[in-house]
Design a protein around this ligand. Structure first.
Ligand code: IVH
Length: 706
């Protein structure tokens, strides 16, 4: 074999050719390694080719390919799965952190259902597996599709990969014609250690924890790699079904077990909060010896008819909750406090820590919340940690609870250096030098620079492209930072001009480091694809303070279209008049949020950026609820007086699910008033206005629930 020419002597054309060959050879080697445990290169050869590839790239950085082997952790990252829209959303769960939260959860359910608090209610309690959720669709007993959760509405099609997992049945006997089984893909501890040892042996980066290993293994474009990874699956829920699986959650799990799925053996049926917490303790005591990661216990209302009455909030069910295990702790030294500026100008202190392992993950940063927290004061102004402040050089206790950012719980004063200074929280923005002010009642100090502050602008852009907002494939936080730094994008509308500005001509995206012809074309296509976008995402994407995902959803549903919303907001600019009242009448929108929305959209500079953005978009009107045949679709209804067969919350949720708008006050816009015993002024007003007034029974019979 002839020796390859030294990298120093390579010409540009040869370098380009060799990088292409190396990408292919290394990709094949990687696949062969994982596919059959029969590598076609030995480790030394593989490493030497990887080193040569890196050396060529470092001499010709602009030739680095978008599929460069340097960027690969083990194997090809998944960027090419098709999308699957879940026929029923894949939900996440609300959290309980202590026994009082569990009690509240159970009481809330009694209240919602209008049951006396001493009525017995059954719940299942089962481990919360720390993996990633997967939805498996079976038609006529045959596995036809597997999809990840994604953002809950849309996930990735990983059918080929799921077929390689031994614990996922390919065929079911005796199942409903249509059945979507949901559960968790995970890796157990022993398999995780062995996989990481293999990764290490071939110079690949080890996975941080079993969950990352499971996710990385499932989301492989090459299913043969997934096959070589020891993934497991527990079934715990379902989506679409052509006929009910059973009458209760517990029986449904038994049915899933009979169909060939693994269900968790630690699942129990409990009939009181005390029994639920007792089972939580039993599971917690076994946590260390289970052999796989769990991060809490999930409680679910057992009766399925009650589950459906309880329904869901925007992303979480009312009938289930995750009782999380307490956070994991470690002590380390605080090396510095940095200040980050967020999209709404908030100055957030970040602790830079001497790296320490907390619950299997190396932590080197933690949040310090705000200046009061550092000073030893809580949100109510009262001392926390006995009033101890936090200083650079201190030994601090770090904790992680579930997935959340690490936090600092305590300070060890016995280890405080003799020389230490109280931390001086800045009063000017470290990014743009504008004054940083704290408004009355706000725990947070904020930069007043608005759009002139580069940090605010970049953070707004990052929020804009994030998964729950525009979710543009190929345009993440890193790319946004680079484009901003180079002046390519300054505001969201610029994203939609990238192709016309940098698709051709002298300055071209494909010539930039890390970009090639294909990746540039893919990005432009992904951006074009997002021009048509649901209204709620546009609202949330504006990044207006206090206007979160749930509020955006409420606003979208209320106004229906962008034009209707912006016209109403413009008309409400004086915080008075019918449009203002109408905005406040939306259940879930309060004064603070409404004012923030109006004030953001009436500031000329900010409004101009919003108008420029909307001009680039084709905003999809809000989806109307499924209201086919609903006699109350589009009607505005008011409930007043006491209801006897359902609680107010249930009545409201049911009416909304049938396409009605529920308002708190009677006006000329009201279509009908449902008046129970004790209805007072609202019923009178309705009579005066000549509106339709129904009893609770008439309402229930109108909507077909009697
Ligand atoms: S039930 C509506 N049960 O936790 C109920 N989820 O934080 C949907 N998870 O996305 C989920 N173990 O990935 C349920 N026994 C269990 C679970 C479980 C783990 C995950 C699941 C979900 C997340 C919510």
């Amino acid at each position: 074999m002839t020796r390859p020419p030294s990298v120093e002597t390579l010409g540009e054309d040869d370098a380009r050719r060799e990088l292409a060959q190396l990408a292919q050879v290394l990709r094949e080697a990687s696949a062969a390694y994982f596919k059959s445990d029969a590598p076609n290169l030995d480790d030394a050869e593989y490493d030497s080719l990887k080193r040569r590839n890196a050396a060529i790239e470092s001499r010709f950085p602009h030739l680095k390919r978008s599929d460069s082997p340097t960027d690969k952790v083990g194997a090809a990252p998944a960027d090419g799965f098709s999308k699957v829209t879940h026929s029923q959303r894949m939900l996440s769960l609300g959290n309980a952190f202590d026994e009082a939260d569990v009690q509240d959860f159970v009481e809330g359910i009694h209240r919602y259902l209008g049951m006396p608090s001493d009525t017995a209610l059954a719940f299942t309690a089962e481990p919360k597996i720390d993996g990633l959720s997967l939805s498996l669709r079976y038609e006529d007993g045959v596995l036809v599709q597997a999809a990840t959760r994604g953002d809950g509405s849309q996930g990735e099609n990983v059918t080929q990969n799921a077929r390689t997992i031994a614990e996922i049945p390919q065929k079911l006997v005796g199942a409903p014609d249509l059945l979507e089984v949901r559960g968790e893909v995970y890796m157990d501890h022993a398999d995780f250690e062995a996989l990481n040892a293999r990764q290490g042996a071939r110079g690949a980066k080890p996975f941080a924890n079993p969950r990352n290993a499971a996710a990385g293994s499932l989301r492989q474009l090459d299913a043969s790699i997934t096959r070589s990874r020891p993934l497991r699956f527990f079934a715990y829920a379902w989506g679409d079904v052509s006929e009910p699986l059973a009458a209760t959650q517990y029986q449904a799990l038994i049915r899933l077990g009979a169909l060939g799925f693994r269900t968790n053996p630690l699942t129990a049926l409990c009939s009181s909060p005390e029994e639920m917490v007792a089972h939580y303790k039993i599971i917690e005591a076994q946590r260390a010896t289970l052999g796989y990661d769990i991060d809490g216990v999930v409680y679910k209302v057992d009766e399925l008819t009650l589950q459906s009455r309880l329904g869901m909030r925007s992303t979480t069910p009312r009938w289930a909750i995750a009782h999380k295990f307490p956070a994991e702790l470690a002590w380390t030294r605080l090396e510095a406090i940095d200040i980050q500026v967020g999209r709404t100008g908030a100055l957030s202190p970040v602790a830079r820590l001497m790296p320490v392992t907390v619950g299997g993950v190396v932590v080197s940063n933690a949040t310090l919340h705000n200046e009061d927290y550092i000073a030893g004061r809580g949100g109510d102004g009262l001392p926390i940690r006995g009033g101890t402040d936090i200083r650079v050089g201190d030994w601090v206790q770090v904790y992680r609870a579930g997935d959340v950012i690490p936090k600092i719980a305590d300070v060890d004063l016995t280890k405080r250096p003799v020389q230490s200074d109280v931390f001086a929280f800045p009063h000017v923005c470290p990014e743009c030098g504008s004054a940083a002010l704290r408004e009355e009642g706000d725990a947070v100090r904020r930069c007043t620079g608005g759009l002139i502050c580069p940090a605010q602008a970049v953070e707004k852009l990052k929020h804009f492209v994030s998964r729950s907002v525009f979710d543009i494939e190929g345009l993440g936080a890193k790319q946004v930072e680079q484009f901003y730094a180079d002046g390519w994008i300054r505001e969201p509308a610029d994203i939609f001009a990238l192709e016309s500005m940098y698709g051709s001509g002298l300055q071209q995206l494909k010539n930039r480091e890390g970009w090639g012809e294909k990746s540039a074309a893919n990005l432009f296509a992904a951006i074009r694809d997002k021009r048509r976008i649901p209204l709620k995402r546009v609202i949330f994407g504006l990044g207006i303070r206090h206007v979160g995902e749930q509020a955006s959803d409420l606003l979208a549903k209320h106004y229906g279209t962008w034009d209707a919303m912006i016209a109403a907001i413009d008309a409400a600019v004086a915080y008075s008049g019918p449009e203002w009242e109408d905005l406040l009448a939306i259940d879930g929108i309060g004064q603070v949020m409404a004012r923030s929305l109006i004030s953001a959209l009436s500031q000329p500079a900010e409004r101009a950026t919003v108008d420029r953005l909307v001009a680039c978009l084709d905003v999809e009107p809000a989806e109307a609820p499924v209201t086919e045949g609903s006699p109350v679709a589009g009607k505005t209804v008011v409930f007043t007086g006491s209801l006897e067969q359902m609680t107010r919350a249930e009545a409201k949720a049911t009416a909304e699910s049938l396409g009605a708008k529920v308002s708190g006050s009677v006006s000329g816009k009201t279509d009908m008033v449902i008046a129970g015993p004790g209805a007072g002024s609202k019923e009178k007003k309705a009579r005066d206005l000549g509106l339709e007034i129904l009893t609770e029974d008439q309402w229930l019979s109108l909507i077909g629930r009697l």
